[in-house]
Design a protein around this ligand. Structure first.
Ligand code: PG9
Length: 628
């Protein structure tokens, strides 16, 4: 052993102080990887360079390219797992591109992660809100131009895909598309942040976004998570006060995008001018597009339908613009689609869609010599019946059938009769901002993905018996009832306060027992639910105080549904005035800007919902007659 210690050292030695991180980039042997990764900085027209990760199947020639532009770290988006196999390395939703020999490209949007330039949250197009020379349309154009000129293995055809923010960047590219952009699939895309996508729903602010804003804009990379120090998000948010108090607690009020939100509580030109359905509806439709969304999309349930509807008018041949709605959560199209919460479907509906519908659509436009895909104008998974439906249009009907709220907590298609006395004309409840109705049962774990992602299918039973929730229910259905479109709320209501929120939920009540899945016995499944901030009843850009005790009409649309209430089920409507802490509380006293409401502004109020002649509160349902 002595001789071993004294063994002469082998020839040249590495100097003890040689830098252990070399100047030349480390090159690992590829060990038989089935892909080559190119990481490039692509120059934009203003000189800013965008960090782009290009994964090319080994041996590719004449391959089409699929591009996603992301604020969520292109390097990570291109590497779900470390693997020599492209299929294992890329995201689950990329399975079909790998199987079909596509080149996959992810790019950091300007200002995020590896890309240069300034980040502006959902940067508006050049125009009244953007006085620079660049936007996501020009960045997509410049990127595609570079890709088709520099990726020798490509056939010069590019498709764009992406969900949520990444869906927003797909829509932006369509505002002024590069000629090589041949097909687009925006999924769960953010379109209008005020009407019903991420930031607000009809003027009610979604408090969880404050944490998102910190995560996305505190730094170029990943920002901090908020640490509340309280297990129950309901408890913390209640103690915090207004949304601006909540933001201040974490310093999020210092962030520019928070300031922009707090300065624009109403649907003013700031929001209107960047609503992408308006933008795209006013430009020619040049690229075949498939708008995709989840039926229970808890983040962007408004925009994909709005973008589809606006561009559908431009598709005179009904061949270029498509809508697909699956039984999914937000972005659920890219994961397993066999179930959502307690609700089960007919197999992995998401993989089925990607393989049988999306891939053939992309192949048709991107792969040389690929056959024409048999893509219907609209493909909708009809919940309740649990079946994919190929449709010619959406919505299926514009004819609305009012389902009336009636005395005795009943619902019915016949108009309510005159009540014997005035007290029977309305139902009332006390809405107390000190005890708001939770949006999911407490303890609320709003930032836990396992809780957040399926929350729209939460059993509504825990709320139906609260004294501050009005619950109306139909008789048992003796035949199935199908709705295919957007239900309209037509509420006649008063408050003793001077402002109020109205939350209306259309619910499918399962039979007392469900043999195939016993835990669904009596389940109350939300089919279409939304909130409306009363101050906007006469104009979304014109907040006005409500006159106390005056009966006013509140009209707003619920999210789209394609659902069959089956025989033996019942229909339920719940009405309440808070949905906390997802939505900030309405103080119920009119203040100029609810973000800055003071503790003394939050007051109890008695709310009345009327069901009397001339004041027939109802949900107008897009009922499709049997057999249509
Ligand atoms: N819903 C997220 C988002 C999109 C756009 C703006 C802000 C948030 C997302 O999942 O990307």
């Amino acid at each position: 052993s002595l001789s071993l210690l004294a063994a002469p050292l082998a020839c040249a030695q590495t100097a003890p102080m040689a830098p252990d991180i070399a100047a030349t980039p480390f090159q690992a042997p590829d060990n038989g990887a089935d892909y080559v990764k190119r990481i490039v900085m692509i120059p934009m027209r203003d000189g800013v360079k965008l960090h782009t990760v290009i994964t090319i199947p080994k041996g590719a020639a004449g391959a089409p390219m699929i591009l996603s532009r992301t604020p969520y770290n292109a390097a990570k988006r291109s590497e779900r797992n470390v693997s020599p196999h492209m299929a294992s390395m890329l995201a689950e939703g990329d399975d079909g591109y790998v199987a079909n020999g596509y080149i996959r490209v992810y790019q950091d949007v300007r200002g995020k992660y590896g890309s240069e330039g300034d980040y502006v949250m959902t940067r508006p197009l050049r125009g009244p809100l953007n006085d620079t020379a660049v936007d996501h349309a020009t960045d997509a154009w410049d990127t595609i131009d570079w890709l088709v000129k520099n990726i020798a293995q490509s056939n010069g055809k590019v498709g764009m895909v992406g969900s949520s923010y990444e869906g927003f960047t797909v829509l932006m590219a369509l505002a002024d598309p590069h000629p090589a952009l041949k097909a687009a699939v925006p999924m769960s895309a953010m379109v209008d942040g005020w009407r019903g996508d991420d930031w607000f729903h009809n003027g009610a602010f979604r408090v969880n976004n404050l944490s998102y804003i910190a995560g996305q804009t505190a730094t170029r990379g990943s920002g901090p998570n908020i640490a509340t120090g309280v297990y129950d998000d309901y408890e913390f948010a209640l103690r915090a006060g207004s949304a601006s108090d909540y933001a201040r607690h974490f310093g999020i009020d210092q962030l520019t995008f928070t300031k922009k939100i707090f300065e624009h509580p109403a649907y003013d030109s700031f929001w209107q001018n960047q609503a992408l359905d308006r933008v795209l509806g006013a430009r020619p439709l040049k690229v075949p597009t498939m708008h995709v969304v989840g039926r229970w999309d808890q983040e962007d349930i408004y925009g994909p339908y709005a973008a589809y509807a606006a561009t559908e008018k431009l598709d005179t041949s009904n061949t270029m613009n498509h809508l697909v709605v699956g039984p999914w959560r937000h972005s659920g199209v890219n994961y397993d689609g066999s179930s959502l919460g307690a609700i089960r479907f007919t197999g992995d509906t998401a993989a089925e869609f990607r393989r049988d519908v999306m891939l053939p659509f992309f192949n048709q436009y991107l792969k040389d010599g690929a056959p024409k895909a048999d893509t219907p104008p609209v493909l909708s998974y009809r919940t309740g019946a649990n079946k994919w439906q190929r449709l010619d249009k959406w919505p299926l009907t514009d004819v609305m059938q009012p389902l009336y709220l009636k005395a005795g907590a009943r619902l019915g298609f016949d108009k309510p009769a005159a009540a014997a006395n005035t007290s029977a004309q309305a139902d009332d409840y006390v809405s107390d901002p000190a005890k708001p109705v939770p949006f999911i049962p407490r303890p609320v774990r709003m930032f836990d993905g396992a809780v957040w992602k399926p929350w729209l299918v939460t059993d509504q039973r825990s709320f139906s018996d609260r004294p501050d929730v009005l619950t109306y229910v139909s008789d048992k259905l003796d035949s199935p009832l199908q709705i295919s479109g957007q239900a309209m709320v037509n509420l006649f209501a008063s408050t003793t306060g001077s402002d109020a929120d109205w939350v209306v939920k259309l619910i499918d009540v399962y039979p007392d027992e469900v043999a195939s899945q016993p835990e669904l016995g009596g389940y109350q499944l939300g089919i279409a639910m939304d909130i409306f901030r009363g101050r906007y009843r006469t104009g979304l850009d014109k907040p006005t105080a409500i006159t106390p005790n005056k009966v006013e009409r509140y009209r707003f649309a619920l999210p789209n549904a394609d659902h069959v209430f089956l025989k033996g089920h019942r229909i339920m409507v719940q009405v309440q005035s808070s949905w906390f802490p997802l939505y900030d509380r309405n103080p119920q006293t009119f203040v100029p800007n609810i973000f800055f409401a003071k503790p003394g502004d939050y007051r109890k109020a008695t709310h009345k919902v009327f069901h009397a002649p001339g004041m027939e509160s109802a949900l107008e349902l897009p009922v499709v007659p049997a057999g249509k």
